[in-house]
Design a protein around this ligand. Structure first.
Ligand code: ZN
Length: 498
């Protein structure tokens, strides 16, 4: 009762900005919007009660002290959210952590003192005034189990609303007290540690010959193989690729269901918990010209000088394609021809099939499958509309890949290859699941089955005929194609015949 009472106080006192935001993004007069609002409040109430309950039971008095501290920080946070409209996400925590005393004292005001007293000190006073009756361990466990069952039921019953939650997760997460600052402080330090993580240096490599060759590695985002007609899909989503000679597609599964882990698998020479020197860094250090172009994010640190992110690409772009992934292809042949090196790797990290707003990821001319879903509130769309929008992103991917290949075909003095592989798959409503991110061991096949499509210029290399494929083929195949000899090269893992 104590945990529930103070969870209710927490939900009541510190979530005004949260309700304002939900109300502005949701039609709460409509049945689905109303149910979602009630579900969000219930979840916040039960989750907080659960954490408070466990904290109080295990830590007793210390638990009370921590909740009081939360209330006081909540009061300060609410003051800043209401006054300055800030969102307590990871980068905002970074700002707070990096603020010095002089800067922070400038924020002192009467308003802040009033907030602190009414919303921080007063509830904390009652927290210590009221006594707690502790239950037996058995009842404690039963309470936790029942709360979890109710929470999971609410989550599952709301699965059509996950896209809405996902779309707004950053803001929602920044407005839920006290977890916005607790989780984002942890995320801030985690991220800081990760970006400082040194890549383990691989043994030096040697380039075996001086013939000119180029590999364009296209990394897909949330592309699943089952919606490619190359993989047997009923709709014609690969009208261009299906007409190209020397093109092959392999049955492949991703090693993870989220971007950062999928990228690590594509770029590393083997699957480990450590972080080894990734493909672009390794090749660049050993004399290959490497260009990385991206409209996405999530790769381990790329240290090649020619790194072109979305902002850089957009600054250099002045046509109708600047908002779409075709921007990655700008100047492609020129970059190859003007390179002073014999061996070139170009990585194009796309974002075309990223949800939930699939319809925004391709130009209008590619809206072939209609009608398309244009809302993140799934209740407003049929499943077919969602799939249509997704299929249009695959149709656009087909165009992008065919475009890369036709550009490479014009460079006759180069042996060239195009490799396309996705970071992970995507759920589009199968088993009531959407998007991706279910842990790989539990994930449905839609989130794991990815396209791995390769093309090489005529007479360059033959492909092995029977081989199992994974994202780790990429590293060894690129080394092989560019004739890079290395002690860590695994001939078995290359897709090319000797
Ligand atoms: Zn991804």
């Amino acid at each position: 009762m104590f945990a529930l009472l103070f969870s209710a106080i927490n939900v009541l006192l510190y979530h005004y900005p949260f309700y304002i935001f939900v109300n502005s993004r949701l039609d709460i007069l409509n049945a689905n919007g109303f149910i979602l609002l009630i579900s969000l409040i219930l979840c916040a109430l039960l989750l907080n009660a659960l954490v408070f309950y466990i904290g109080l039971y295990v830590l007793r008095k210390v638990g009370k002290g921590i909740i009081a501290l939360f209330f006081i920080i909540n009061a300060i946070a609410i003051y800043f959210i209401n006054t300055y409209g800030v969102i307590l996400d990871r980068s905002m925590i970074g700002n707070v952590v990096n603020t010095n005393y002089e800067e922070s004292s400038a924020f002192m005001s009467i308003g802040l003192v009033v907030y602190l007293f009414l919303l921080g000190v007063l509830p904390s006073f009652f927290l210590f005034k009221i006594g707690i009756v502790y239950v037996s361990v058995k009842r404690f466990c039963i309470h936790i189990f029942l709360t979890l069952v109710v929470l999971l039921t609410i989550a599952y019953a709301n699965s059509p609303n996950w896209l809405w939650v996902d779309k707004n997760s950053k803001t929602l997460g920044g407005l839920v007290m006290p977890w916005s600052y607790v989780v984002n402080t942890v995320r801030f330090y985690n991220h800081k540690n990760k970006s400082n993580q040194k890549q383990l240096v691989l043994p030096d490599a040697k380039i075996k010959n001086t013939s000119k060759s180029v590999v364009v590695l296209v990394i897909g985002e949330s592309a699943r193989s089952s919606n490619f007609s190359l993989y047997g899909y009923g709709k014609e989503t690969n009208p261009l690729l299906s007409k190209i000679d020397n093109l092959h597609n392999f049955t492949t599964q991703s090693c993870a269901t989220y971007t950062t882990a999928g990228l690590k698998c594509i770029l590393e020479h083997k699957n480990t918990n450590k972080l080894y020197e990734i493909l672009p860094n390794y090749l660049y250090r050993n004399g290959v010209d490497v260009i990385w172009k991206t409209t996405n994010w999530g790769e381990p640190e790329v240290t090649v000088p020619n790194f072109q992110n979305k902002q850089k690409l957009r600054t250099d772009c002045d046509s109708g394609i600047c908002d779409y992934d075709e921007i990655l292809l700008n100047d492609l042949e020129n970059e190859i021809i003007t390179s002073t090196k014999d061996k070139i790797l170009i990585v194009l990290h796309t974002s075309t099939s990223h949800g939930p707003t699939y319809y925004k990821k391709y130009p209008k001319a590619f809206e072939n499958f209609t009608p398309v879903c244009k809302s993140v509130e799934l209740a407003d769309c049929t499943e077919q509309e969602l799939i249509n929008a997704y299929d249009n992103t695959i149709l656009y991917t087909d165009y992008l890949l065919a475009n890369v290949i036709s550009r490479l075909q014009t460079l006759e003095e180069y042996q060239s290859a195009m490799l396309f592989i996705s970071d992970h798959g995507e759920s589009l409503g199968e088993n009531n699941l959407y998007m991706h991110g279910i842990p790989a061991s539990l994930a449905p096949k839609e989130q794991l089955d990815i396209p791995f499509i390769v093309w090489q210029s005529g007479g360059s290399r033959a492909l092995k005929t029977d081989q199992d494929h994974s994202q780790h083929n990429v590293f060894h195949s690129v080394l092989d194609f560019l004739a890079v000899d290395s002690p860590i090269f695994d001939e078995e893992m290359s897709i090319y015949e000797k």
